[in-house]
Ligand binder design. Structure first.
Ligand SMILES: [Zn+2]
Length: 477
């Protein structure tokens, strides 16, 4: 049984979709005023792992992600560049989808742009005005939080903090002063984009879009709603207020939030000089798979500390998996199945599934993978792995990849002559082969220290080796 920590109750609860078949999940997507940063992707990668795990239960997924393509910042920047907001945001939407693909994030069933859903938002505002939950002030419309008694339940706000009648215009505001929030905003000047609608000339406030789009695609009561912990207040609190005031039904059964991200132990901020877009890390040469691995390796509710050391270690962990797969593919295998390998595989399978069922404990799930690698490496050392064992191991590693998306693709063993697939020249190949010959001499002379040193040297050159009964096989990483 899958258990998830529900922010609404603060407890671990058993999850299954309300109809037992189809998971209706909403995730707050990016605000496309810029390229997405690594903190954004921490959340999107966790949501992807959740999605993959839900699918593994045999449930059908119906996931909706919004794209906020109108807000204060977007409007300011589009005006500064002299382009309309659709043009301004398209570039960042394309970049976001490209970045997501690089990180192996599966596409939701629906990706909804806010500016494509103005009529749905206006209908919601009309409903809230009719019900007495919203009021006009000037040419804008606000939500009256005093009219919605459960306000503050998700974020456990102290009711004394509520300032009845105080209003906030901006899309995001301080936790210290919960106030009536804007649903529909009149333009501040002639340059601002606007829609002519029955609730006035203007544009939607940020919170409105998620309620309108979630309910349009998923209905009034959805199974799962996810986001980063920084969205709990005010964004998700306001989503609940808008949706439940309009429908009278509980909006979301499970609210799931990922923890904060830090960089080298500090809060990530442009002013601190530790602000990283995903693109900055790729430009520095980090493999997107290593970035994903690192993000996956920390359970989603924990605070995540991004360090360059951590990224290097993630790359090393991928190397261990890569080397293991290479070894598994190139080793000479026996005919007799090894019950020890079968038992290790059963344990790995069980521990992996239990870990992910336990509030997506990805750290323990990865430990199950590495325990298996260790056990099978030992069996390979003794020549005690059969072809049948290998097939089962391969199949399970395939499952690990479907669930976590962190298994590197195996590199084919290069032909002994002709150009290598990695573009290494014949000189570097000859150098590698000379070192391998020297290592084999050292092993014959039982100088294992020297043999290990040469192996390390080869690893440093990106050369992976595997000792088989037919001799040493090698390839570039
Ligand atoms: Zn949202």
């Amino acid at each position: 049984m899958l258990r998830l920590t529900n922010t609404l109750t603060g407890k671990l609860e058993d999850f299954e979709p309300s109809d037992g078949q189809r998971v209706r999940m909403y995730i707050c997507g990016p605000t496309v005023h810029d390229y997405a940063h690594i903190g954004n992707f921490r959340t999107f990668v966790f949501e992807d792992v959740l999605r993959r795990h839900l699918k593994s239960k045999g449930w059908e997924m119906f996931e909706v992600m919004n794209i906020t393509d109108v807000d204060d910042k977007i409007i300011r920047r589009a005006i500064a560049e002299g382009v309309d907001i659709r043009t301004y945001t398209q570039k960042y939407i394309d970049a976001f989808l490209e970045d997501s693909e690089k990180l192996g994030i599966e596409k939701p069933e629906v990706i909804a742009r806010a500016t494509d859903h103005i009529p749905e938002m206006v209908a919601l505002v009309e409903k809230l005005i009719e019900g007495g939950f919203a009021y006009r002030e000037g040419n804008s419309v606000y939500f009256r939080i005093s009219q919605f008694p459960p306000y503050g339940r998700l974020s456990r706000l102290d009711k004394k903090e509520l300032r009845a009648g105080a209003r906030v215009e901006v899309d995001d505001y301080d936790k210290e002063s919960p106030q009536d929030f804007v649903l529909w905003k009149a333009p501040r000047d002639d340059a601002e984009p606007r829609w002519e609608t029955p609730v006035g000339t203007g544009r939607p406030g940020w919170h409105l879009e998620c309620s309108a789009m979630a309910m349009k695609y998923l209905g009034p009561d959805i199974d799962l709603h996810c986001g980063g912990v920084d969205l709990v207040f005010p964004h998700h609190e306001n989503e609940i207020a808008q949706s439940e005031a309009a429908t009278g039904k509980p909006f979301v059964r499970f609210w799931i939030h990922s923890g904060h991200l830090q960089v080298e132990g500090e809060k990530m901020a442009k002013s601190a000089g530790n602000f990283y877009l995903l693109r900055d890390l790729l430009d520095r040469g980090f493999d997107p798979l290593a970035i994903r691995y690192l993000l996956v390796s920390v359970p989603y509710r924990k605070q995540f500390n991004l360090t360059f050391d951590g990224l290097h270690q993630a790359a090393q962990s991928l190397d261990r998996i890569r080397e293991f797969l290479f070894r598994l593919e190139s080793a000479r295998l026996g005919d007799l199945s090894n019950p020890g390998v079968t038992a290790a595989l059963d344990t790995a399978r069980r521990e992996f599934d239990q870990a992910l069922d336990d509030d997506l404990n990805t750290a323990v799930a990865l430990a199950a993978l590495f325990n298996l690698i260790k056990a099978v490496n030992t069996a390979l050392d003794r020549g005690e792995v059969s072809a049948g064992d290998r097939d089962q191991i391969r199949e399970w590693i395939g499952e690990v990849d479907r669930r976590l998306g962190i298994v590197p693709a195996p590199t084919p063993v290069p032909a002994t002559d002709g150009p290598s697939p990695n573009g290494h020249d014949s000189e570097s190949r000859a150098g590698a082969e000379a070192l391998i010959a020297a290592r084999n001499d050292a092993r014959r002379n039982r100088d294992f220290q020297k043999a290990d040193q040469i192996r390390e040297q080869l690893t440093g050159m990106g050369v992976l080796i595997e000792d088989t009964r037919e001799g040493t096989r090698w390839r570039y990483r």
